[in-house]
Design a protein around this ligand. Structure first.
Ligand code: GLA
Length: 732
């Protein structure tokens, strides 16, 4: 193996021999903006030794020579001794042998357009099976990723039993695990607890709506209860649309994360010359607490991981909570005009616009029949795009392409296209009739592609689609896959979905697409590779959204987080929330509205118009800025607060929400972590209830150092339950 010289701390990659450990090892370093990952190799394994702040060459030598590295195998495989527990890979060879014996064959260092890549190639010692393991650093970010390719080089099938993407050691300390769980209407609830000794499992369980029960992203702190701006924290997330599983294995001395596709019920048969590619696992470490981890992921998402992040996102009105399925030409036309009058930029017609024989008036009919309902929309979708043009507003439309109702012409024609199991009754979901199409079937893939394609061919001005998914695998079976491949259904379904998304993106790169699954059921970086944003939750109650959005903000940037002002009392919780509070919450994500604008009073229209205009002013800061979470709603105190700042901190937006109804409760002083201490900021109240009476800070000029270290007193700013303030800070 060629030995290279260490090229210093600034080198993106370096390899050098390490002789002092007794056995000759090669070393490799992958660097990000602030971090380094150090690997050593010998002919048996690749060991991850270090992941943390950059070290110079002599530090690395010293770390390795003194054996202070993790020295942990990065891809432990079952069956050959020391790695029999907590494995990343296990399989059954054609002759029934359950073991894998990998030896490192080759290492490549590659410069790629995203940054730098290391490729470790292993071969089994006795069977025709190989593994390629990738590590990639993304230029301009602090994210490193890893994944593998598993190849059957023989002619007989190999049964894959476990096929993780990553096995990563985390520093043992006073570890806490931060994870995000939920269900419909209360997605992404954050829990933080000391990491117990033993195995903590985070897994989706639902093959399609993988984020309802729990999200794939998690953080592990090293220095005790996680803080926002201090302490070392590891963050990991999987770029996958389907079922995932992460084991956090803690012993008395070590912590290891093993993450990848959930292998439960998903045995995969690797055929002759076939390569199985595991999804990318993203990771970072930060010394700036959870805030540093989130900013690293947001930056990565904006630069690499989120479709369409090169433009600002429109302010939209979605018709769902305004009229539900009672859509028609006149009502849509009026909603467009009313929304345009208060500054709206895009109108989206939600569910209820399609179906002929099985008209979609309730949720029990019509999915699959994507022809327009001529009774409701006599001029078809073109009638709506013409109306949108007349009102000078963009137009978008709702679809749920992976689904059918059994009450549909599609189901009558192709009953074999829906997921089903032999000798079992068909389990039907929403409306008592909803079923899922079998995306493993190429004909179904063509059909799903054609739903988007036909709409776009007929109406090229459609600017936005909301792609919904209101079911999970209720019938775990495919008529397309042979009997002995049913266990591959979940994996092949998600491959089919991804293939369709690839085709859509190749043809329609500029179409904005929302990733919705009964709310936030599909919030993951697998989907967001193709989608521009996600619907955070069907629960639009601003008070509860603070908790949900706080959770989502740990990994997903504000520009992707659709956040809508809806009616009061709220349709999901019945809570009465002031319009200003609703706007101040929605303005901390991608602002939209979800109500019937004609029901707004004149005063509310005036306020909405001002708030929308204010959002346009701060939109680049929210959508492209760095997030600083200041006071968590989960802390149970009087307020919650967060801020966004531009990269050079010349502009910022601060939101403060009074979330407790207790009178005279202690209100903390708010220190603004996201300002530059050496700048001076002029403060502007973005959404005063009364334009002539902005808050007391409006117009004040305060130094960054004072804002950051002394902080702001909030008592006067948010004196009552559900009062709020949104402030813009501009450096003078
Ligand atoms: C799901 C979505 C909603 C709405 C309805 C339409 O519940 O999450 O936003 O689009 O479907 O049926």
């Amino acid at each position: 193996m060629k030995i290279k010289l260490i090229i210093g701390a600034l080198a993106a990659l370096c390899a050098a021999p390490l002789v002092s450990s007794g056995q000759e090892q090669q070393q490799y370093v992958l660097q990000t903006q602030n971090n380094a990952v150090v690997f050593t190799t010998n002919d048996a394994k690749v060991a991850l030794q270090y992941f943390g702040p950059k070290l110079d060459a002599s530090d690395i030598q010293s770390l390795l020579a003194s054996r202070l590295g993790f020295n942990q195998n990065t891809y432990p495989a079952f069956g050959m001794g020391e790695d029999n527990f907590n494995t990343a890979l296990s399989l059954e060879m054609p002759d029934g042998n359950l073991s894998v014996d990998l030896k490192l064959q080759d290492v490549k260092e590659e410069a790629i357009k995203e940054g730098k890549q290391l490729v470790f190639t292993y071969k089994d010692q006795s069977y025709p099976f190989s593994v390629k393991q990738y590590y990639r650093s993304y230029q301009g970010t602090d994210i490193v990723s890893t994944w593998t390719e598993l190849t059957n080089e023989g002619k007989d099938e190999i049964k894959l039993l476990e096929f993780a993407s990553a096995c990563v050691p985390i520093k043992k300390g006073d570890n806490y695990l931060t994870q995000f769980h939920g269900s419909w209407g209360c997605e992404t609830y954050m829990t933080e607890s000391p990491l117990p000794v033993g195995t903590s499992v985070i897994c989706g369980g639902d093959a399609v709506r993988n984020a309802f029960v729990s999200q794939a992203g998690f953080m592990i702190s090293i220095d005790g209860k996680p803080q926002e701006n201090a302490g070392r924290v590891f963050g990991g997330n999987l770029v996958y649309t389907g079922d995932y599983k992460t084991n956090v294995v803690a012993t008395q001395s070590d912590v290891t994360v093993i993450s990848g596709i959930n292998p439960d019920h998903s045995t995969y048969y690797l055929t002759k010359n076939e390569t199985f590619t595991t999804p990318e696992f993203l990771m970072t470490v930060s010394s700036e607490g959870k805030g540093g981890v989130s900013r690293a992921f947001h930056r990565w998402a904006r630069m690499y991981g989120l479709h369409g992040s090169d433009s600002l996102r429109d302010i939209l009105l979605n018709s769902w909570e305004g009229v539900y399925m009672d859509v028609n030409q006149e009502v849509m036309d009026k909603m467009m005009s009313d929304f345009k009058a208060i500054g709206g930029e895009l109108f989206v017609m939600d569910d209820g616009w399609f179906g002929d024989k099985y008209a979609r008036n309730y949720d029990d009919k019509g999915l699959g029949d994507w022809m327009v309902n001529k009774k409701k929309l006599p001029q078809g979708v073109p009638g709506l795009t013409v109306a949108a043009m007349k009102h000078d507003i963009k137009f978008g439309i709702w679809i749920e392409p992976e689904m059918a109702n059994t009450a549909s012409e599609l189901y009558e024609k192709h009953p074999e296209w829906v997921l089903q199991q032999p000798n079992r009754p068909l389990v039907q979901g929403r409306g008592g009739t909803q079923v899922m199409l079998d995306m493993t079937n190429p004909k179904v893939q063509d059909y799903v592609f054609s739903i988007v394609d036909n709409l776009m061919q007929e109406n090229p001005s459609i600017a936005y689609m909301k792609w919904d998914c209101n079911a999970s695998f209720m019938n775990y079976g495919s008529t397309y896959l042979p009997a002995n491949r049913q266990s591959e259904l979940s994996i092949r379904y998600n491959r089919g979905l991804q293939a369709v998304c690839e085709r859509i993106r190749a043809k329609y790169p500029n179409l904005v697409i929302q990733d919705c699954a009964s709310g936030g059921g599909r919030v993951n970086f697998g989907m967001l590779r193709y989608f521009d944003e996600f619907w955070t939750s069907d629960n639009t109650d601003a008070m509860q959204r603070l908790f949900i959005q706080w959770g989502d903000s740990h990994f997903y940037p504000a520009r992707a987080m659709a956040s809508h002002v809806s009616a009061s009392p709220n349709h999901q919780t019945g809570r009465v929330v002031p319009l200003k509070f609703r706007f101040d919450v929605a303005m901390s994500g991608r602002l939209g509205m979800e109500l019937q604008p004609s029901t707004l009073t004149d005063e509310e229209k005036v306020f909405s118009k001002r708030a929308i205009a204010a959002y346009k002013e701060i939109r680049p800061i929210v959508q492209n800025g760095d997030l600083y979470r200041l006071v968590s709603p989960y802390d149970g105190g009087a307020v919650s607060s967060l801020m966004y700042a531009t990269e050079n901190k010349d502009k910022a937006v601060v939101y403060v929400y009074r979330i407790s109804s207790l009178n005279n409760q202690y209100v903390p002083t708010l220190c603004l972590d996201g300002v530059d201490e050496n700048k001076t900021y002029r403060i502007h109240d973005l959404t005063p209830q009364n334009e002539k009476r902005p808050c007391i800070l409006d117009g004040k000029v305060i130094s960054g150092r004072v804002l950051k270290t002394r902080g702001l007193d909030l008592g006067m700013l948010v004196p009552r339950f559900m009062s709020s303030v949104a402030l813009e800070l501009i450096a003078e």
